[in-house]
Design a protein around this ligand. Sequence first.
Ligand code: HEM
Length: 436
Amino acid sequence: MKPTVVLHGYEAVKEALIELGEDFVERRSFPIIDKVNRGLRIVFSNGNIWKDTRRFTLMTLRNFGMGKRSIESRIQEEAHYLVEELRATRGSPCDPTFILGCAPCNVICSIIFHNRFDYNNQDFLALARRINENVKLLSSPWMQVYNSFPALIDYLPGSHKIIIENTNFLRSYFVKEIKEHEESLDVNDPRDLIDCFLIEMKKANNAETAFTYENLVITISDLFGAGTETTSSTLRYALLLLMKHPEVAGMAKDESCESPESAWKMFLASLILGLGRRPLMLYPSSSPRATGNARTSRQGSAHEGMVPQRSADSVAMREEERRGARADMGTTILVSLTSVLHDDKEFPRPETFDPGHFLDDSGKFKKSNYFVPFSTGKRNCAGEALARMELFLFLTSILQNFNLKSVVDPKKLDTTPVANGFVSVLPSFQVSFVPV
Ligand code: HEM
């Protein structure tokens, strides 16, 4: 089996993802992903299919307002429904997982289907459940076993079967939506991402195009997968931290605060920083050689410089050792974003929730190059602006309408995410949303 190498630390991660970005753009193939999507989609695809699908997705999210006003009003509308749903709990303690999962899922629905759903709509509930289940299962330790021995495990029962069943269910739902869109498409007035993709399909005139029916189905499922659980677990983490640190909630709410915007930025940054506490935060790309590309000198230098085999920690190695180290063809390179987010020279107390990490000496918000929860370089998160806007608008709406009350002594709340495969899972908790 070919080796796997983990890049740790700011310098190594920056070198791989930015300076040598072109060489580190490929994603490793995973048997389970290949089985369900045949090499298509944005998140796990490579080459021109990935490039074209990513370009299309970024452009469409922008045209439909990602980072602009129109998406803001959609999120605000969803925030209104979220608040109403929380109000219906009448201040009784509840586990917020379900409700906080619905809101980001509906934002993606409105971008893809120009349609949101009531939180008790059966189609919506089935959709959300299957998406979340697949996201969790795909990151689970069992999938790591499957990906190592696919031929053997294929015949056994296990969660890989659930992933395939869920994928088939989601697929038929998306196909039904696409058919309805085809029947009512107005090429001069696209309503959503499906319409935009269908228009690109009409324009496409070569066999290599990314704009195929199959890739549309898979792109839709990718956006749900990438944009739902990530945002909802960050929201849940925010509530947990706000209960544990009520002084921060006060600071973010306090209109007399000299710079509430700055306080919010700090809060959001610190909260996302905390969520970076994953055992290992991806992102696997194969060694460029493994993809069969020509051995250009740039790729050569990528291997010599970036893939030390004697130690996983390239920063700790002497420069000449790094330059001398060579990787075998087919080496998988994992980039540890956590090691950057937890760099204690940049963030002195990385294990602690401390908005002060983002304050400069004069008390103003300061940006940090080490803040990479959305990754960096050519494959960074395509939904970062959308995610930031959702977090800001949903959390502000919640805090403007409710005081959060913990059922246990806030000091005893456990806020440490637990590692589970490639993702971290938050401890479950109860909260009362007491109307202000
Ligand atoms: C708090 C929320 C989110 C976090 C922390 C997050 C984080 C990430 C990270 C770390 C990556 C991997 C980047 C890499 O491989 O280097 C990623 C990729 C991606 N994210 Fe997000 N994400 C979030 C929300 C979203 C949302 C709302 C969307 C949009 C619909 C989205 C769409 C994507 C896509 C399409 C990719 C794949 C990009 C590519 O391979 O070219 N994400 N995200």
